[in-house]
Design a protein around this ligand. Structure first.
Ligand SMILES: Nc1ncnc2c1ncn2[C@@H]1O[C@H](COP(=O)(O)OP(=O)(O)OP(=O)(O)O)[C@@H](O)[C@H]1O
Ligand SMILES: [Mg+2]
Length: 231
């Protein structure tokens, strides 16, 4: 579904991603892992077209995304939940969700009912300001905003970061449901091992901008964890 081939990225002179190859299979839930600062967010931003790449190819199904603008990539059906959520604090929940709609191909102007079915709390809080929501609610809003385009591929950057344990579990339930029941392909960055093991079926371990290990989540053994993931 999503293929990344030979990707190199620089911030100025600083070579951050090195020859990254990754293939996210249709219907899978893949987890990109690695310690702080190894380039996880950079890779997601390259996929979304929010950062330029030096060389390499990014492909979604038959589309070569590499030269496309970010808006166009989103409209091909990629939902993106950025690290830190990036909710507009002064806009209402409804307005935040409607911003997600702008990337829809079909021009639908109303928020799909499915968003509220998945996150009932957003319906109750429709007229509250984004900034007044708790961290967990903001994360639900960020995921809801990404779901507003009915993506076929959902990309989430550390959705459990700074969230209370009960909401972390709920977010896990949502990801499982989107992936297993609704057939959405998922690529997520996650540092919490139990969470990754619960929701993902494949992993990629990144270190200093290179993919050092990958495989089925059952192959994410203690030696991989020690080498690339533990702090
Ligand atoms: N805008 C930027 N300009 C220059 N360097 C940057 C920029 N953003 C990130 N970096 C650097 O690129 C490297 C990778 O950062 P990135 O945010 O992709 O890491 P990460 O794996 O997502 O980390 P974390 O787990 O903390 O979110 C880091 O060394 C970081 O300092
Ligand atoms: Mg990051």
């Amino acid at each position: 579904m999503l293929s990344i081939i030979g990707l190199h990225q620089y911030y100025g002179e600083s070579h951050t991603l090195w020859d990254v190859d990754a293939h996210v299979r249709k219907g899978s839930c893949s987890c990109l892992m690695g310690r702080n600062g190894v380039g996880k967010t950079t890779l997601l931003r390259c996929i979304m077209g929010l950062l330029p790449v030096k060389s390499g190819i990014i492909r979604l199904e038959d589309h070569d995304l590499t030269a496309l603008k970010a808006e166009r990539r989103a409209s091909l059906g990629i939902g993106y939940v950025p690290q830190g959520r990036e909710i507009f604090p002064l806009l209402t929940v409804e307005e935040n969700l409607k911003i997600g709609l702008s990337a829809r191909r079909d021009g639908l102007k109303s928020i799909p009912e499915r968003v509220f079915e998945i996150f009932p709390v957003l319906k109750q809080m429709l007229h509250r300001r984004g900034g007044d929501l708790s961290g967990g609610q903001q994360q639900q809003l960020a995921i809801g905003r990404a779901l507003a385009i009915d993506p076929t591929l959902l990309i989430l950057d550390e959705p459990t970061e700074g969230i209370q344990p009960n909401i972390v579990h709920e977010i896990g339930d949502v990801i499982l449901r989107l992936n297993r029941e609704l057939g959405m392909t998922v690529l997520l960055v996650e540092q919490k091992l139990p969470f990754a093991r619960r929701v993902a079926d494949r992993f990629y371990a990144l270190e200093k901008g290179r993919i050092m290990a990958s495989g089925e989540i059952s192959e994410l053994n203690e030696s991989v964890v020690q080498q690339y993931l533990s702090v």
